[in-house]
Design a protein around this ligand. Sequence first.
Ligand code: F6P
Length: 563
Amino acid sequence: MTARPGSASPVDPRTTTAWDRLGALASGFDPDLRGWFAADPGRVERLTFTAGDLLVDLSKSLLDQDVLTALLALADEVGLTARRDAMFSGERINVTEGRAVLHTALRLPADASLEVDGHDVVPDVHEVLGRVYDFADQVRSGAWTGVTGERIRTVVNIGIGGSDLGPVMAYEALAPYRLDGLECRFISNIDPTDAALTLQGLDPATTLFIVSSKTFGTLETLTNARLCRSWLLDGLRSAGAIQDGDTAAGEAVAKHFVAVSTALDKVADFGIDPANAFGFWDWVGGRYSIDSAIGTSLVVAIGRDNFAGFLGGMHAMDEHFRTTDLAANVPALMGLLNVWYTNFLGAETHAVLPYAQLLHRFPAYLQQLTMESNGKGVRWDGAPVTTETGEVFWGEPGTNGQHAFYQLIHQGTRLVPADFIAVANPPYPLKDGDVDVHELFLANFFAQTRALAFGKTADEVRAEGTAEEIVSARVFSGNRPTASIMAPSLTPSVLGQLIALYEHITFTQGVVWGIDSFDQWGVELGKQLAQQISPAVAGDATARDQQDASTQALIDYYRSHRR
Ligand code: F6P
């Protein structure tokens, strides 16, 4: 049975032959990575794949040939390739919002074409990209000046969720590619501490704000944008740089504020000149938008050529996912493996452990990508899901994690599949005497994945002369699954490849589970209630009385302690 691309209901994975087969394989599954490696000299070669510049070693996964065959059969039975093709061709697979899902169109080359509702979107994408590049060139060269005529020294991106996490993560990851003398900062949280600390030490005359919001209706972002506008105007006025009055304020805002949004009418209402706004389209999900104009702060930081390389890397991974047979298709294989771990081996979380300091925000970025996409309890046809969905993604860079939570991964009672990510060439090579510190660092990556896979037996512990009473505490079971991802260097292209890899892993899992991975209704209720509770926090007795007893008590505590 193979699903049709536009079929109203997903295939229930539990009704497939492959699901039964996987269930049978899982019952009594007794993984033995030591034995598997010993018996099969071809295992590493067979389970190591390339996608773009990435080398992905899945040999330390809890995978044997029978499981792999069944997972590929599952992909076939749920119609993974048909749905993948539906996404790439612009079908409205985001059904609850009635939208196409075309973040992949944002990285198509200019000579490509892709029609949505009879309209080729590629020229639109490149028209906006060209405007973003021109704007970034002006800021980087100093041609764009603030209201006093001084060049811009700091760009502050104001946004949250997908309008923040991608730009911050990539800005950090591509630090060696940034232009000297031009800093980017990021404000996301509505906690006023975020704006206060981020603006500390900045000169309004040399600061430019990018208000990034797909909807331009997000409370946090609009509140922070207003705070920043007041900070700008108050600062310029008290320095005598501008006069009082609306005209001077409007001129200052025009020089110091630009916006990125799909809602350009709301941008104008906020007082930002539409000429200084960069649009995108409702077929780009917030957590898939780093490659749209939402990446403007990144373009300013790394320049047009490097951003083009970043988009090129994403496109290379898209092409790999779109055209490679599933048996060698890295995002599909990794997504299917996650299904195996989640639905058959009981894993509830998934660690992402970059052995690359510059990727320190990558796990946080992936949390939105994966959990906002697949943390769902209903399928795209509105029926309840029939299986567990959406693991908890988390992680920290190695080696910091080793000295914090790896104990649980090595010896705890839970199965925690982990992705290790590293590059061969460090951005900042340093030596400790004769020792290349990057090599010391990578030795830790290789040691951890080896220890997790192969463990240490009681006999090996005893052979070290360990006292019998603590032997069991020093045994490592092994058979703890990891994927090793390596690349030559953390270039813009490689970063783009990594992001697109995880986008398509997420997609693959969503298809198996029958989920619309592109809506996010689960964040709405809290937003609505915050609006409703806000008057109660400010002292409105009627609004307070409408709350539940616990919420009333918390509000009362706040009001009695607030100085
Ligand atoms: O938290 C929900 C969400 O809609 C995310 O999906 C999105 O990335 C974020 O809010 C920010 O939304 P916007 O870009 O519209 O301000």
